[in-house]
Design a protein around this ligand. Structure first.
Ligand SMILES: [Zn+2]
Length: 439
């Protein structure tokens, strides 16, 4: 029996995302077909040629430390530990998939700056990546990203980025098990953040974490980093250390799993991006409420419609699902009517920005589009011709904007259709639908 329940220790946010990626997106099927033997052998060759492989002769102290922690977790698969001469304070791991031994590499600056206890956390963290086989999804991500002429859907790209950060949080927990002392781990993050050791700076956890309050206040988000920032990671670990998941914390005072997850998600949500400008918030509200309303008009919100709306909102937020979740049908209707009323009172650019977004770009680039229009000039209505300096593009003089003809057609169509939609009473969707799409 395993000494630790690794499935339970895994951050539940990560467990859920892995399920979505592996099952809903069927990415687990790639595990059996991808072949990265050449790549792994190349990496191993590069490591052997350019770095120092640790062993009990060359680095007895470090090698013993690595072995001790591997033993502590009962991880029996072979790991080669390497030392890389670089000034960056860092470490990484690569899964060998049974083809080559797993790789864990430390930078020389990391070894220089960290004490043995601090290294325990880093080694534990890297072994965590191997335990949870994080390289598997990483490889699939790379395969999908490198496919020519095929873009990853926005939802999948967002899930991947979020999963990478959640995976780091999980591995921090494994690191914490190897070195269960917040002060020591805090020093590691402090050294990562400052690049300096205790000779130069006094490390105080509470003082350092005050920076997190400011991040909460600004709420800008930091979604495109593969790792959560050090403050979030440290605060995450403080919660974990006080929770029932930490072996030994059995007292009634420990944080329950439910509370721990709630707090962790609140922290991780600090990294998500949401529209900040009022104008962008309205665009998101428009696409979400009108989109879902129209989708329900046909009786069902299909997966395709859901993904299209998700893609549109992904230009403004990394959590489109939050904006596509409505409590009741009446809520959808009320918000859709309110935002349409808002735009119907607008005379300026905001309304036309929406229409522009609804118009797909010309299929073969703008030049082709213009040439095509030039050829068709005679076929355009006289009124349009009269106002066009350039064929097909109507200078919207009153607002100082230039609009494609197609936008105006759509605008007219929407204005004609919208009043009919307001009057038409739609059947309320089934509750099962809401269970599926509301969060
Ligand atoms: Zn990591």
């Amino acid at each position: 029996m395993e000494k630790f329940d690794f499935a339970r220790l895994r951050f539940t946010g990560e467990t859920e995302l892995v399920r979505i990626l592996e099952e809903d997106y069927a990415l687990a099927s790639y595990y059996d077909i991808f072949d990265n033997k050449d790549e792994l052998e190349n990496i191993t060759n590069h490591m052997l040629a350019n770095t120092v492989k640790l062993n009990k002769v060359i680095a007895p102290r470090l090698y013993k430390l690595c072995g001790e922690i591997q033993e502590f977790f009962g991880f029996r698969e072979a790991i080669d530990f390497y030392l890389y001469a670089i000034t960056e304070v860092n470490a990484f791991s690569i899964n060998g998939f049974g083809i080559v031994p797993h790789i864990i590499c430390f930078t020389s600056s990391l070894i220089q700056q960290l004490s043995d206890d601090e290294l325990r956390f880093v080694i534990g963290h890297e072994i965590g990546h191997l335990i949870y086989k994080h390289s598997q999804l990483d490889v699939v991500n790379k395969i999908l990203a490198n496919r020519e002429n095929e873009e990853i859907p926005a939802a999948l790209a967002i899930y991947f980025l979020r999963w990478q950060r959640y995976a780091e949080v999980t591995c921090d927990r494994i690191g914490y098990l190897a070195m269960p002392d917040i002060k020591t781990i805090g020093t590691v993050f402090f050294k990562f953040a400052s690049g300096l050791d205790e000779k130069y700076l006094n490390f105080d956890i509470d003082e350092y974490l005050k920076q997190l309050d400011k991040i909460r206040e600004i709420a800008v988000g930091d979604f495109y980093s593969t790792h959560p920032n050090n403050l979030v990671r440290l605060q995450d670990l403080i919660y974990f250390s006080q929770s029932v998941l930490m072996p030994g914390n059995k007292s009634g005072k420990a944080i329950s799993e439910k509370t721990l997850n709630k707090r962790m998600l609140e922290l991780m949500n600090l990294l998500e991006i949401h529209p900040k400008k009022e104008k962008d918030k309205r665009i998101v509200e428009f696409f979400a409420s009108v989109g879902i309303y129209l989708a329900h008009a046909s009786g069902t919100v299909t997966e395709r419609v859901w993904k299209t709306l998700y893609d549109w909102l992904a230009d403004y937020t990394t959590q489109p699902e939050n904006y596509l979740a409505f409590k009741t049908y009446a809520d959808i209707k009320r918000r859709m009517e309110a935002i349409c009323r808002y735009y119907s009172r607008q005379h300026g650019g905001e309304k036309f920005e929406i229409f522009e977004k609804l118009t797909p770009p010309p299929p073969y680039g703008l030049n082709f589009w213009r040439q095509l229009c030039r050829r068709r000039r005679r076929k355009l209505p006289a009124a349009v011709l009269h106002r066009t300096g350039r064929c097909g593009m109507v200078p919207w003089r009153r607002y100082g904007r230039t609009l494609p003809v197609r936008s105006i057609r759509i605008a007219v169509a929407v204005f004609l259709i919208c009043p009919m939609l307001f009057q038409y009473r739609l059947p309320a969707p089934s509750s099962a639908l809401f269970e599926h799409h509301c969060i």
